[in-house]
Design a protein around this ligand. Structure first.
Ligand code: DON
Length: 586
């Protein structure tokens, strides 16, 4: 049995077929045929049935994985701050109240469009320390060790503090002190531990207890009790130094000394010089389009934007959209993912180190070439796909303000609680982002990604990411949707499906995000689907086409979308029902 998606939002997209006035449309006319929204049905076994409502508000909206951080952002918006001020406040608040992924010791990516039309992308990904070498995680037996994931050698040089402050400097309107104040308060006065925080700490206790954070996060050997207050005095002091001195308050002086001391103590390789020389990189967002809508997406060193755009370009070559969740729709979707991931895994890396065919990869002509190799009858084994050649625990949040300034940010320390290393005197966890490099060609990383030479370890290099904060623009170029997520490569496939659900199937935001998803990353050569999300007869039909299938998890998203209530505009916000969080507006 299948359950119909309500057509509440169908009216929104009456304007989807328009001339290509949006960014990056490269002269391609959007197809004339639109799918019938009544064909979108959810299997009755699926947990998140259609019809849930997303919170909405007329002026501005913040959606994040952490209620306290969302509230910090909304307070800034109410106080007259713009979306960037609020996003920076959310970022610092996440570092306190959401320690599994919010961070000072990690990095991230931001994509933004200001109401005056300016667009930007900021890459504040971690970099490999100067002492890093390609073989540093290969043991004497020739096999990868666990040091890229756990302990002092797993960390790249953190970028979050420099990144958030660069965003504030260039596009914010408030002072450092104003936007960091909520985080300082949360650290100094304490966060009241709720069930989400207690469970998160309990589930990661084996990692946390190996390092200095144990005393704070596992008082008496176990997680703090629900209702107790988690006061983080070292972190409050670090945040105060950042508020007073800017990036130098973190990358130099007492905090940097504390990082270097802890690294030496645990056999890490990060030096004072590595910290002092860290700089985020401003980049032009990748610009693409999908059926008349514009896309602003993150360029390398993240693979997120390029892979999202390449996939959508392939799907756009089909003028007719098949019934949602049908064998044909999932076959085409997985075939598109598979091809985009082959290119991603083999060709992308840090633009400061490798030349990449990113323009060709995200172009409409290349999508046509790839499409000509897809048969509707049969799956192609990933081993038969050639990568593009050139002529030669993460958290996402979205903010929009009353002027229409919009920011999407994904930030991470990679695994939950990163490398486990917590900096005494600094008060924060360090990332284990080094595992995102190609540690050994042919060997999968923790997400099962098999990557190439373009992503080999080198001093100062940024490791390839899958983070994909994405802004979708309506055909008039106005912000229509902001979406991003967590889950390594599953971020990319989740973002694509939310966009496809919203545009092709006209689903309201709650359904576009809550709908079951599939995942294919080329290697392992398996089409994954969420349990209960794809009917058994559709799974059988996919297997008959040659797909190996298995039930598995997906990423989780946060998103904001413009909706209409009568003639008035409202912002709907949502955290993925698969995870926790809060979307709130004013
Ligand atoms: O940059 C990346 O692609 C990964 N470090 C992201 C990790 C992630 O999403 C973990 N989420 N739960």
């Amino acid at each position: 049995m299948r359950v119909r998606v309500t057509a509440r939002a169908a009216c929104l997209l009456g304007l989807a077929v328009v001339s290509a006035a949006c960014v990056g449309t490269q002269g391609q006319k959007p197809p004339a045929r639109r799918p019938n929204v009544e064909t979108a049905t959810f299997p009755s076994e699926w947990t998140y049935q259609p019809g849930r409502t997303a919170p909405s508000a007329p002026n501005g909206m913040v959606a994040s994985n952490c209620a306290l951080a969302t509230k910090a952002g909304v307070d800034i918006l109410r106080a007259g701050g713009n979306a960037v001020d609020a996003a920076v406040a959310v970022g610092f608040a996440l570092a306190v109240a959401y320690p599994e992924a919010g961070n000072l010791g990690g990095g991230g990516y931001a994509v933004l469009q200001m109401a005056d039309g300016r667009t930007a992308a900021l890459d504040y990904r971690e970099t490999a320390p100067g002492g890093a070498t390609p073989g540093m995680y290969i043991g004497r037996d020739g096999k990868p060790t666990d040091q890229s994931l756990i302990g002092h050698r797993a960390s790249g040089v953190p970028g979050s503090v420099a990144g958030l402050l660069a965003l504030l400097d260039k596009y914010g309107s408030m002072s450092r002190a104003q936007v960091i104040a909520p985080a300082i308060r949360l650290a100094r006065d304490g966060v009241v531990v709720d069930e989400i925080l207690r469970t998160s700490i309990a589930e990661n206790a084996d990692l946390i207890k190996r390092f200095a954070g144990a005393a704070l996060f596992l008082p008496g050997g176990g997680p703090p009790a629900v209702g107790s207050r988690l006061v983080q005095a070292d972190l409050a002091a670090t945040l105060t130094r950042i508020a007073d001195n800017g990036a130098a308050g973190f990358y130099k002086g007492a905090v940097a000394d504390a990082v270097v001391r802890e690294m030496r103590h645990g056999g890490g390789i990060m030096t004072a010089g590595d910290l002092a020389s860290y700089a985020p990189a401003w980049r032009d967002p990748l610009k693409g389009s999908y059926r008349g809508f514009g896309l602003l997406a993150m360029p390398p060193s993240s693979s997120g934007g390029g892979t999202v755009i390449e996939t959508l370009n392939i799907l756009e070559t089909y003028p007719e959209v098949p019934a949602w969740n049908s064998a044909l729709a999932l076959h085409r979707l997985a075939s598109a993912f598979q091809r985009a991931f082959v290119d991603r895994n083999n060709s992308l890396g840090d633009p400061a180190f490798v030349r990449m065919p990113i323009d060709r990869m995200t172009g409409k002509a290349y999508a046509q070439t790839l499409r000509s190799g897809i048969s509707d009858a049969k799956a192609t084994p990933s081993s038969a796909l050639k990568p593009i050649s050139e002529g030669s625990e993460t958290t996402n949040y979205c903010v929009v303000d009353r002027l229409g300034n919009a920011v999407g940010i994904t930030t991470t320390i990679n695994s939950l609680y990163g490398s486990g290393v917590w900096i005494p005197g600094g008060g924060f966890f360090m990332n284990n982002e080094m595992d995102d490099f190609t540690v050994q060609p042919g060997t999968p990383n923790q997400f099962g990604l098999v990557q190439g030479e373009a992503n080999a370890i080198a001093p100062g290099k940024r490791m390839l990411s899958a983070m994909a904060p994405t802004i979708v623009l309506d055909p008039a170029g106005k912000v229509w949707m902001i979406v991003g997520g967590r889950g390594g490569p599953r971020i990319i496939t989740a973002v694509v499906q939310a966009i496809v659900n919203a545009i092709d199937y006209r689903m309201p935001l709650a359904d576009a995000v809550g709908a079951p998803r599939i995942h294919d990353q080329a290697l392992p050569d398996v089409l994954e689907y969420e349990k209960g999300g794809v009917p058994a007869d559709v799974v059988r039909a996919l297997e008959a086409k040659g797909w190996k299938t298995r039930p598995a998890g997906t990423g989780s998203l946060t998103a904001i979308k413009r909706a209409r209530a009568g003639s008035a505009q409202r912002w709907e916000g949502l955290f993925d029902p698969r995870k926790h969080g809060l979307a709130e507006g004013y």
